[in-house]
Design a protein around this ligand. Structure first.
Ligand SMILES: C[S@@+](CC[C@H](N)C(=O)[O-])C[C@H]1O[C@@H](n2cnc3c(N)ncnc32)[C@H](O)[C@@H]1O
Length: 249
């Protein structure tokens, strides 16, 4: 069976093309909110897991971040001439076998719309936690699970609750390339929060970023999309003090 990540070798250029459009929600809502939460990045090192083409990481390094690494399975990376930015083709589910990060720690570890591709989400988050420097944190974003619940309910003619609590993986037509289908494992809010706890992390901040009023008026089709599907969740996750962790699942 094809892995949930496999389609990205073909989808990556389409995703980046869509992301760079002036009305993309990543450009208008998600990246500004992620940047605001990150604050001043001077001297801060990043590990960006599922970094796409590395464009976001390049921007952070250009704004003063310390030497940083981006990892993505697609290998569809931007060209850059910086020694302080490494973009590595690898699987975020197998971080222990990535030589470029062996023995290193990072001040910020990001999963920006990529955590859903972890084969074992708790194990991946635990590994990420072990790669944090003291005072480091994880920035993780995920699509509001309600969005997929609505799509499932509409596709299957069921109630919202049946869509939300469904357990079987479903085929998701993404908005970037109609011919490529992504397989999504359903998740609920409690699944997400329990995953963070099981990985020894606590939620310091959660954001549900929205379009500004001006952008909503300028791009009414995007406002309509946000009104229906809500957008993404952004979590700032910190390691629980040793001794306060949930037992291993
Ligand atoms: C929705 S895109 C998000 C890209 C970027 N983080 C952003 O915020 O624009 C998801 C990314 O996850 C990557 N990805 C999917 N499965 C992966 C895996 N197993 N390991 C590493 N990257 C993966 C894809 O190639 C894609 O670049």
């Amino acid at each position: 069976m094809e892995s949930v990540s496999e389609p990205w070798s073909r989808l990556a250029p389409d995703y980046e093309r869509a992301r760079s459009r002036e009305d993309s929600l990543d450009r208008l809502v998600e990246w500004p909110a992620q940047r605001a939460l990150l604050g001043d990045v001077s001297g801060v090192s990043f590990l960006d897991l599922g970094c796409g083409n590395g464009g976001k990481l390049l921007e952070l390094v250009e704004d003063g971040a310390a030497a940083s690494v981006g990892i993505d399975i697609s290998g569809n990376f931007i060209r850059h001439g910086r020694a302080d930015l490494e973009l590595v083709q690898a699987d975020l589910s197998h971080l222990a076998s990535v030589p470029e990060i062996e023995g290193r720690t990072f001040d910020r570890i990001m999963f920006l719309q990529s955590f859903g591709y972890a084969v074992d989400p708790v194990r991946t988050l635990r590994t990420a936690r072990s790669l944090l420097s003291p005072d480091g944190y994880i920035l993780l974003t995920r699509t509001q699970p309600i969005r997929y619940a609505i799509e499932r309910a509409e596709a299957n003619g069921t109630s919202l609750g049946e869509g939300y609590f469904a357990r079987d993986p479903h085929a998701h037509r993404n908005g970037w390339n109609e011919e490529i289908t992504l397989t999504k494992r359903p998740y609920t809010m409690s699944d997400l929060l329990n995953t963070f706890s099981a990985a020894g992390l606590w939620v310091e901040t959660t954001l549900e970023p929205q379009l500004s009023e001006a952008d909503g008026e300028r791009y009414p089709h995007k406002q309509a999309w946000m009104d229906k599907y809500l957008g993404i969740l952004i979590f700032k996750l910190l390691p629980l003090p040793t001794g306060a962790q949930a037992p291993a699942a």
